[in-house]
Design a protein. Structure first.
Length: 149
């Protein structure tokens, strides 16, 4: 699955927003969630641990780690400044439907009107529907646009 959006900002600013722990915790959580960064190591082989918590948990919006939260362990596989971030992402969960490691590749390319930010998701856990994943990523991209705007 690939989702992209043109954001009116230079590649450098967008990459920087992805590599700053406070910035990432502010814009990455989709609508209805908030983020807490536990650890951040900005180098290849490093990564971060972050919890995304629902503002209002409900049966329709159930967390993967607890009833109201998703905790992710992310490893930076590749970092190409101002161009690409490849991440190996795993949810902390006991539910096999959300287990395993997915790959998320964030790329930044010059485009008319700003920068095209594209997110490619591979090997997403089967418990996350493609529609839900797309909605979440589009929400994060909207947050990123506001954050750097």
């Amino acid at each position: 699955m690939k989702i992209s959006r043109i954001i009116e900002a230079p590649r450098r600013a967008l990459y920087a927003a992805c590599m700053d722990p406070q910035a990432l915790a502010a814009w990455l959580p989709p609508a209805g969630m908030r983020g807490e960064m536990h650890r951040f190591e900005p180098w290849e082989g490093g990564g971060y641990r972050m919890t995304l918590a629902y503002d209002r948990p409900s049966p329709e919006a159930r967390g993967k780690t607890t009833a109201d939260s998703d905790t992710v362990e992310v490893r930076f596989v590749e970092l190409v400044p101002d161009r690409r971030i490849v991440q190996a992402v795993a949810f902390e969960t006991d539910d096999p439907a959300y287990g395993g490691t997915m790959t998320m590749t964030w790329s930044f390319a010059d485009a008319p009107g700003g920068t095209e930010v594209a997110v490619v998701v591979e090997n997403a856990p089967p418990g996350i529907s493609e529609a839900d994943h797309e909605t979440g990523i589009r929400s994060s991209l909207e947050n990123l646009a506001r954050f750097v705007g």
